[in-house]
Design a protein around this ligand. Structure first.
Ligand code: DX5
Ligand code: ZN
Length: 224
């Protein structure tokens, strides 16, 4: 099955004083998903945005909102994000006492469920739950901040998870988050990713559409 490539713009690097305008602009510029980073100053050393902001941007776009929860605990707030219009909700296994229950909660609330693995977190976390997941998100930086450098060993991890997904024979998205740029997106796709989070690479550029188009041009060189 040929892979579909998707670009998820992380609004963590947007201008928060003009967030609505930024969301509209980045989707018009060609982003497929709006990546929404939720941080709690507990699970990660930074504090960002919650369900009220998700609800505020929901009417501005038809693009899927891809919520990345970097919070502990996670379960209490999941229904709030579903009501606020999230399409995908992903969480870290270290932040949930009961991973299977959290996945079930996300799906019962009508959202797609994703599990996020930090750079040093083993892919064995997928052993029993891959069949319940819609998405696996591999962190290619330590979570908490935009603008960090891509950790190269993530490429080996991507290859290993790609193989597991292919063997499972289900359409599970394989997303990568952190340090994705125009000049490395092709290599990351070759390692098996199909969904690419980019924050500073897009919002740090003057021309969002030009940057997203350059990413798509690099992806077009990748064998299906
Ligand atoms: C980091 C966040 C990322 C971040 C990526 O914890 O999960 O989504 O916005 O930013 P860049 O693309 O700048 O590495
Ligand atoms: Zn993220």
């Amino acid at each position: 099955m040929p892979r579909t490539f998707r670009i998820a713009a992380s609004i963590l690097s947007a201008d928060f004083a003009r967030l609505g305008e930024e969301v509209t602009r980045v989707v018009e510029a060609g982003a497929d998903l709006v990546h929404f980073d939720v941080m709690d100053n507990h699970y990660v050393p930074n504090l960002t945005i919650g369900p009220m902001v998700c609800e505020a941007i929901r009417p501005l776009t038809k693009a899927a909102i891809d919520v990345h929860l970097m919070i502990k605990p996670v379960d209490r707030i999941i229904p709030d994000f579903a009501k606020a219009g999230a399409d995908i909700i992903s969480f870290h296994p270290e932040a949930s006492e009961h991973v299977d229950r959290t996945i079930g909660l996300i799906r019962e609330n009508g959202c797609k469920a994703g599990l996020v693995l930090n750079p040093a977190t083993s892919i064995t976390h997928l052993d029993f739950v891959l069949s319940q997941l819609d998405l696996v998100l591999l962190m290619s930086v330590n979570p908490g901040f935009g603008g960090q450098r891509f950790i190269p060993y993530t490429l080996d991890k991507l290859r290993a998870v790609r193989q597991r997904i292919d063997e499972a024979g289900r359409d599970v998205w394989l997303e990568v988050d952190g340090g994705v740029k125009v000049d490395n997106i092709g290599e990351i796709a070759r390692a098996g990713a199909d969904t690419f989070v980019a924050g500073s690479a897009i919002f740090g550029a003057a021309d969002y559409a030009g940057t997203i188009a350059a990413m798509r041009a690099a992806l077009a060189q990748v064998p299906a």
